[in-house]
Structures are given as structure tokens and as C-alpha cells.
Design a protein around this ligand. Sequence first.
Ligand SMILES: [Zn+2]
Length: 321
Amino acid sequence: MNKTRHSLSKSNVIENIPLACSDETAAVEFFEFQRWGDTPCCVRCGSVDVYQMKDAKTGARNKRYLWRCHDCREQFTVRIGTVYEESRLPLKNWAYAFWRGATSKKGVSALEIKRHCQISYKSALFLMNRIRYAMAPDVPTAPPLTGIVECDETYVGGKPRNKFIDNRKVENMKKKAIVFGAVERGGSIRRHIIADVTGKTLKQAIARVVDPRSRIMTDEYVGYKGIGPSFEGGHDTIRHKRGQYAKGDITTNTIESSFALVKRGIIGTYHNVSHEYLHRYLWQFDFLWNGRKLNDGERTVLAIRSAEGKRMMYSAPAQPF
Ligand SMILES: [Zn+2]
């Protein structure tokens, strides 16, 4: 195996990211190191008997950063089998977009990526959509939430069940997406779009993401009535209508503040997000929340590593449930 310039990313990731964002070779090696560590392997057959292809004249790496496998003779690059496989954008732009997407608490707009990377708006949108997809949870294997789990629902733009007085508002609200969220106290969050706020829908939403051994906390909304027996820890409610926000350890403040962050991000950074695309933004906000204890470099690397095995996305996948 013929390796050159493997200076990147062995030590502090944060120190390496700015270089990976400005130099294409550094970016390629950064992505290669995140994917393979010290043992690059063939993406077709898994062999580690692989080598970098070189330019015959200069001896530098091949322009396309190709590798070749001694066993199956196939050529490949680090892009194969990832969300950036179909892209012609330089990997330094991907490095920058991953970095910003994984570290900006309120999200990062395609307009900003367009300006900073000097690429078209369309390319920037493509980039950010795929990065959000990389951040999506692997639904079949994601562990259910457990312990004390706060559940709540919201409309992006208001809490309509409290506003059903004005008929025009009912019409407006019908256009908004309803987001259900459940958060483990001190742990992970899972949010997804639901069709309505009936008891049946809310109970299904909870059952999908919460372990039956958990203790559930919600506000007094009637849709949550009767869920207690399904959970070993029971169901406690807080009465917001009576101005109550905490009763002992019973509160839904965590899930509510998490919704506030999403709304600030969506209004402040993205200005608006159509119903159809909202779930992708939820992936990103959940990813940021769930990785909040990691440093910026670790969170960026986690996003990049999550991009592997997610190639099948030409158009956007629908919400996984
Ligand atoms: Zn091979």
C-alpha cells in the first residue's frame, strides 16, 4: 500500500477541520481517515490490499483521488456508498457543510453555505439536504427512550389546540405540521410529524419511540389520558392551565424548550420550512440535541460517519414512519 500525506485527523479533529474545508487533498484524506482509519479497504470486496492511484508524471495522487484494489481490481473513492457519492462538489465543500451543519445550534442555511463555499444555491441545498439525511436516525436500530420520558406535541408556529376559538386560525393551523416529541430526561430526543392530535395518534406516537418500562410525563391535554397502564412507571401530568410548570419532578419543560429551539432555528435560520421537508430539519435538530455532550469535532465526525450506507437518496426519502 502506497500512502502519502497522512498528516490529517490523527490528533485533534477540530484543528484539522479548517484545513479540510479549504484544501481538496486535505479534505479527501480527512474523509478517508474518518471512514477507514489507518487501514483503507476496498468498498467492493472489503480487501485491505489496496493502493492509491498516482499521476504518472507528477507522482501526486490521481485527480479523482482513486484507489484500486489488488484483489478485485476495482477502482473506488471514499465517496462510494455515502450521501456524497452522487455529488460532483469538492469534498472540501462537504467538509465545510458537515462542520457547520453539525455545530450550528440553530442550523445553517443553504444561502450561507452558498456564500461561504461559492457554489450555486441549488448545490448548497443539495448539500444540506443530504447532510440532514446523514443525520437521520436509523429507525429500526435506534434504542427506545427509557427512564423518565417527557412527551408533548406542537405545531411549528403555535399551539393550535389552545387557539381553536377563531375559525380563520383553524384554517391557518391546518396548513401547519404537527410535531410529536419525546425526550428522555438527561438523554436522547425523538421527534416526528404526526397527522393529528387525537388520543389514538398520540398513543401510537409514544409507543413507537418509548420503552414500556418508562415513566411518562405530559401536560393535561386530553389526548394523553389513559396512557398510564401501558407504562410500568405510569403517567404523570402537569396542569399548565392552572399555571403549573413543575410539581416535584413532574414537568415537561425539557421537551417544551427543545421545541422552542426548533422553532427559533426554523424561523431564524430557515425563515420557513414547508410541511413536506420539515422531517429532515427535525433529523438535524434531533442530531444536534442527541450529540450535545460531544465537542464540535466529535459531532462533525459523527455526522460524517453516519453518511455511510445512505446512498439511496435521489429524491428525499419520506419520514421513516
Ligand atoms: Zn476489492
